[in-house]
Design a protein around this ligand. Structure first.
Ligand code: SF4
Length: 140
């Protein structure tokens, strides 16, 4: 498990080194799935890291927001509970104010690495955030 989490963190760190200008200022618009009509899709490794970040916050039960927002978006503070462990999609594909979606060709090698880890974990590709993290929270 530790090696998996380290591999995912390395992918995220490599993404941060890409010469594509992005400036997330945590407006959290992209965390409103119902409003945007988009939900991050997570591979298994990403889901395990997100679940790890969630557990580290001391929480156990994944919230079930009724407003269509991300379960990691804290209602009172409007901050991401797992920001350092947030999925690849939150870093690349959603937010217009942060610079808009990254071109897939600029990050395709990183996506392939996430897919490879997913395959090694017995996954069948990305799943919507809540579904993927629910699976991860069931893992020991
Ligand atoms: S994981 Fe964090 S950054 Fe990503 S959609 Fe949820 S609250 Fe927003």
């Amino acid at each position: 498990m530790k090696a998996t989490l380290a591999s995912i963190r390395t992918v995220y760190a490599d993404l941060a080194q890409r010469p594509v200008q992005r400036d997330c200022i945590r407006r959290t618009e992209c965390c409103q799935f119902k409003l945007t009509g988009k939900t991050p899709q997570l591979t298994r490794g990403e889901a395990l890291l997100a679940a790890h970040g969630f557990r580290a916050s001391g929480r156990k039960e994944l919230p079930q927001p009724t407003d269509g927002s991300c379960p990691f978006l804290q209602p009172k503070t409007q901050k991401c509970l797992i920001y350092e462990s947030r999925p690849f999609g939150c870093r690349t594909h959603f937010c217009q104010p942060a610079g808009g979606p990254m071109d897939r060709k600029d990050v395709l090698d990183l996506i392939r690495r996430l897919e490879q880890i997913d395959s090694e974990l017995g996954g069948d590709g990305p799943h919507a955030l809540t579904q993927a993290v629910s699976w991860a929270l069931e893992q020991k």
